[in-house]
Design a binder for this molecule. Structure first.
Ligand code: ZN
Length: 474
């Protein structure tokens, strides 16, 4: 077998791992994840590049979870000739039905915006390509096949696989793939384990990532391989401080949040703090159609949540007045929020402030000192969110420089990703060192640091930082 990392190698987005080899006498080829590159100018160029392999030659695709940096190029893969099954979990399929149509819609909107600017002579260079439309999305969704956690299934003869709960977002999975390799005699099974994105054990919404006891080859994410999150208690204290202070001074609070996971986590924390009487009754607006849909879906899959989260949901249903939740659907309602001068908590996407309705809320709220922005997630290089975190004095939104006078706070404890301690705790679940470890899905410093600590603390010797496009025997 060999594996080529075609994305998320030396960077955080664009997960795409190609595995190839002879299995049970047949040449086999499968892909694990097929995600969009996100953030920065070269992301667009990478997304628009043709696949470096023939999509029609894939036997199947494995999808670890629904986030677009893992799933967002799937419709393009199918349109380019891949007609086989896409294996994932049932909750992931439901999330894909929300995320992929939205992704197609955003691409179309970006294109149209660029065309309008080009017509006014205000666009230089190539127009952004629409990678796929709604038809391609529907065709792709029809190829999805689902299996619950813990079930073993056989995608092709000689390969058995199973999903474990990764605790990252609803439906997120670690994929354990047992491959009967032919080249050795007698044929031997090699277990490839792809961590996908691993959840944060302190996350109030999802359970901690399930441990896996053995792997011959391990591919592990390293988003936060070089740091430790603040504790959940610190995070709660900070939230009380910022929300309490801002509301007392008549300001609004804008919380850019990923529609999937983070929005629901923020809601859960706020409701908890109101229940504990650490915050007054709140007016919360969820201004993102996608976040609204996912919030409803999360309630539907509530059995998959942490027990405390299930209990909080029941409490909120009994006490809706404690946290008056307004799910904003149409654009007019969204615009009406611009008139609110204080007292509102607006949770909106996109989480990295790279598009979506949150941009309007930033334009309206950033210039005023009494307001606050709470950053709740990872912000990739080159994104507006990252600039806010790095205390930019102005940010460019809709072609204008917007002064940043509102206070900007970063809540470190709310990550959907395990930190270095969490990654190590998960790695300790292996009974023995995997024969080969590949560290992916991190900025170079984060991946390198995780590789170092695996060496220092676990004594694991075969840890590599793969380069994009290079074939590694495994
Ligand atoms: Zn993810």
């Amino acid at each position: 077998m060999q594996i080529r990392f075609l994305g998320a190698a030396g960077e955080v987005t664009g997960s795409q791992h190609l595995c190839e080899g002879t299995v049970a006498g047949e040449a086999r080829r499968f892909l694990v994840d097929c995600g969009l590159f996100q953030g920065g100018r070269d992301a667009r160029e990478k997304n628009e590049r043709p696949f470096t392999f023939d999509p029609a030659s894939l036997d199947f695709v494995v999808l670890t979870h629904a986030h677009l940096d893992h799933s967002g190029l799937l419709p393009r893969l199918c349109a380019a000739g891949f007609s086989g099954p896409i294996y994932t979990t049932p909750a992931t399929r439901e999330l894909l039905k929300i995320l992929l149509p939205d992704s197609a819609h955003l691409q179309q909107a970006d294109r149209e915006r660029a065309e309008r600017r080009q017509a006014k002579g205000r666009w230089r260079g190539e127009l952004p390509e629409v990678l796929y439309g709604q038809e391609e999305v529907q065709a792709c969704l029809a190829q999805v096949r689902t299996f619950d956690y813990g079930l073993t299934f056989q995608p092709v003869p000689g390969i058995l696989m199973r999903f474990h709960d990764a605790g990252h977002i609803l439906g997120s999975a670690i994929a354990a793939i047992d491959v009967a390799v032919d080249q050795v005699s007698p044929p031997k099974t090699r277990r490839l384990v792809f961590s996908g994105d691993l959840g944060h054990a302190g996350c109030p919404l999802t359970p901690p990532p399930e441990l896996v006891a053995s792997a011959d080859v391990l591919v592990i994410e390293s988003t936060y391989g070089d740091r430790l999150h603040k504790t959940m208690d610190q995070t709660r204290d900070e939230l009380v401080e910022v929300v309490g202070h801002t509301l007392r001074h008549g300001g609004n609070i804008v919380i850019p949040a990923f529609a999937v996971g983070r929005t629901q986590e923020v809601l859960l924390l706020l409701a908890q703090l109101v229940r504990e009487k650490r915050l007054p009754h709140l007016n919360v607006f969820i201004d993102s159609p996608m976040a609204t849909a996912v919030t409803q879906l999360t309630a539907h899959f509530r059995d998959a949540l942490e027990e405390d989260a299930q209990e909080m949901l029941a409490w909120h249903e009994a006490h809706p007045e404690a946290l008056r939740l307004k799910l904003v659907s149409d654009v007019e309602e969204s615009k009406a929020l611009n008139q609110i001068r204080g007292g509102a908590i607006i949770v909106s996407a996109s989480g990295m402030c790279e598009g979506g309705r949150v941009l309007h809320h930033l334009v309206n709220n950033l210039p005023y000192r009494q307001n606050a922005v709470i950053i709740t997630g990872f912000q990739a290089h080159g994104t507006t969110g990252r600039m806010l975190v790095e205390k930019a004095r102005t940010v460019r939104l809709f072609g204008q420089e917007v002064p940043v006078n509102a206070s900007v706070h970063t809540l470190g404890g709310l990550s959907a990703h395990a930190d270095q301690g969490g990654l190590l705790a998960w790695l300790k679940g292996f009974a023995a060192a995997p024969g080969q470890v590949f560290v992916v899905h991190g900025e170079p410093e984060a991946s390198a640091r995780l590789a170092e600590v695996m060496h220092e603390r676990l004594g694991w010797k075969h840890v590599a930082l793969p380069e994009r496009g290079v074939a590694y025997p495994c």
